[in-house]
Design a protein around this ligand. Structure first.
Ligand SMILES: Cc1cc2nc3c(=O)[nH]c(=O)nc-3n(C[C@H](O)[C@H](O)[C@H](O)COP(=O)(O)OP(=O)(O)OC[C@H]3O[C@@H](n4cnc5c(N)ncnc54)[C@H](O)[C@@H]3O)c2cc1C
Length: 304
């Protein structure tokens, strides 16, 4: 029979790692199962996290694990969780390598994942000169000529957002623009040209974009690209266990990461749409506090 531990954390990005840190300090036995495919692995630098601005994401994780190493009740398994079952107080987690873990509580910190990028040449520059979030990478692209790849209301929102970093943006909708006449007039007022033609290719050298070439032959020179990624849940396991999802595939949780399934929590990109390392880490910490509070109450009132 597998040993019953306090908490199994599935996913070891900033959310899962911060939860592990808080739970380790609360003297909880924890297993962090992580397949090591965090969403920001394509980028060299991560920005906006106080004291860690500009740090390489791999370095960030290494440092986090070193610090968590001070708390011996936390273990790590580089593995993929492939099955979950059980109920509050006794969950079973099976992994790809055939390991089995049992835990009282479960935290899904599985993030979100990018669906395959369909524009020719975009994958080569993603994370190097093509980005998804101006708060993460806008500073490095400030005052540069940029191409925004987006459509409809999303394009309007992103164009407005990017105006905080540059006033030299071209919108490529890569097909029908989905804009209303009023939205087109608004873009025109802000001197943002709109091109509807499909994108034939993005040309780059060593990951640094040089231009976007449209099917009709028009070439738009630029130093950077921002685009709206297509995202999917990092794992189907929360749904398998009965966790309610929002229409965009985000696990529905309360302020402490609690899902509708007793004993099951979720944090980070899996459970928010903020998509920042600092918010992933903070929601991981909050979920850890929620889980530990529940375990303490169960012990205190004799339900353990
Ligand atoms: C190109 C790019 C640049 C970015 N730059 C910044 C930036 O500069 N600043 C910033 O604040 N944010 C940035 N972000 C956003 C940031 O990366 C995410 O918000 C953050 O990583 C979310 O943390 P998380 O722990 O929720 O998920 P993740 O970091 O994605 O970690 C989830 C982990 O769970 C694992 N996992 C999933 N399913 C399973 C399973 N079944 N079994 C085991 N493990 C599993 C994954 O492999 C992964 O390791 C960027 C994102 C991208 C795409």
């Amino acid at each position: 029979m597998e040993q019953l531990i306090d908490v199994a954390i599935i996913g070891g990005g900033p959310a899962g790692l911060n939860a592990a840190l808080v739970l380790g300090r609360a003297r909880r036995s924890v297993i962090v199962i992580d397949e090591e495919r965090p969403r920001n692995r394509v980028t060299r630098e991560s920005h906006g996290f106080l004291t860690r601005d500009g740090m390489n994401p791999g370095e960030f994780r290494k440092l986090a694990k070193e610090q968590i190493g001070a708390y011996p009740s936390v273990r790590f398994a580089e593995d993929t969780a492939v099955a979950v079952s059980g109920r509050d107080g006794d969950f079973w987690i099976g992994t790809k390598t055939g390991a089995m873990y049992r835990s009282r509580k479960l935290l899904f910190a599985v993030g979100k994942k990018d669906l395959p990028i369909e524009i020719n040449g975009l994958a080569e520059v993603y994370g190097k000169s093509a980005f998804v979030c101006p708060y993460c990478d806008g500073w490095e692209m400030r005052d540069q000529p940029l191409v925004l790849i987006a459509r409809g209301d999303g394009a309007m929102h992103s164009a407005m957002l990017l105006s905080g970093w540059t006033n030299d943006t071209v919108l490529c909708t890569n097909g029908p623009d989905g804009l209303t006449p009023g939205q087109r007039a608004e873009l025109d007022r802000h001197r943002i040209p709109v091109f509807e033609a499909s994108i034939r290719a993005i040309e780059s050298t060593y990951g640094i974009v040089e231009c976007v070439i449209l099917q009709d032959g028009i070439t738009i020179a630029c130093k950077g690209i921002f685009f709206t990624p297509r995202l999917a849940p990092g794992s189907d396991l929360p749904q398998t266990l009965g966790c309610r999802l929002t229409p965009s595939g985000t696990v529905a949780v309360d302020a402490y990461g609690k899902t509708n399934v007793p004993g099951v929590y979720s944090a980070g990109d899996a459970a928010t749409e903020l998509y920042q390392v600092v918010t992933a880490a903070s929601t991981g910490a909050l979920a850890a506090i929620g889980i530990n509070g529940e375990l303490l109450e169960e012990a205190w009132y004799g339900q353990e």
